[in-house]
Design a protein. Structure first.
Length: 133
C-alpha cells in the first residue's frame, strides 16, 4: 500500500493505517457524513490531520458528543450516523467506528482501519462495547 495517504475512500471512509490515528479519522468520517452542504469536500493535509482536535472540530461543526447507549434498541432509535465503540481486529481491541446505516438485517459501520464493514445485528451486538455494565 502507499504510505500515509490521507483521503476518503469510495465509501466515504477516511482511511488510515495507524490505529492511533483511527479515532481522529472516525471523527472526520462522521463529519463528512453530517456535512449537508453539497459538493463541499473536506480536504485535509497530513499536518492538519496530526494537529486536529476532534472536540474542537465537533464544536466548530456544531455537533455534540454523547455516550452511545449500550442497549441495542436505544442505538436503533438514535439519529445516525453516529459513533460507536466496537471490539475488532486482533485482540478484540476497541475501535471507534461510524455507524452509518441500520437496516433490519444488517448494520453498516465505517472503520478508518478497514473501510466499510457490514454486520448482522447479532454480530454487531456481540462486538458493541457495553459502556455501562
Amino acid at each position: 500500500g502507499q504510505a500515509m495517504s490521507y483521503a476518503f475512500d469510495s465509501d466515504g471512509v477516511f482511511r488510515v493505517e495507524d490505529p492511533v490515528e483511527a479515532e481522529r479519522a472516525a471523527y472526520l468520517t462522521l463529519a463528512r457524513l453530517w456535512q449537508t452542504t453539497e459538493g463541499q469536500e473536506i480536504a485535509i493535509t497530513p499536518q492538519e490531520f496530526k494537529e486536529m482536535d476532534p472536540a474542537r472540530l465537533l464544536k466548530a461543526w456544531g455537533l455534540y458528543q454523547y455516550p452511545t447507549p449500550s442497549e441495542y434498541r436505544k442505538i436503533l432509535a438514535l439519529a445516525y450516523p453516529s459513533m460507536v465503540w466496537i471490539r475488532a481486529g486482533e485482540g478484540m481491541k476497541l475501535r471507534l467506528m461510524v455507524l452509518s446505516e441500520i437496516q433490519r438485517d444488517r448494520i453498516t459501520l465505517l472503520d478508518p482501519l478497514a473501510g466499510k464493514i457490514q454486520l448482522s445485528p447479532e454480530k454487531f451486538q456481540e462486538k458493541l462495547l457495553p459502556l455501562l455494565n
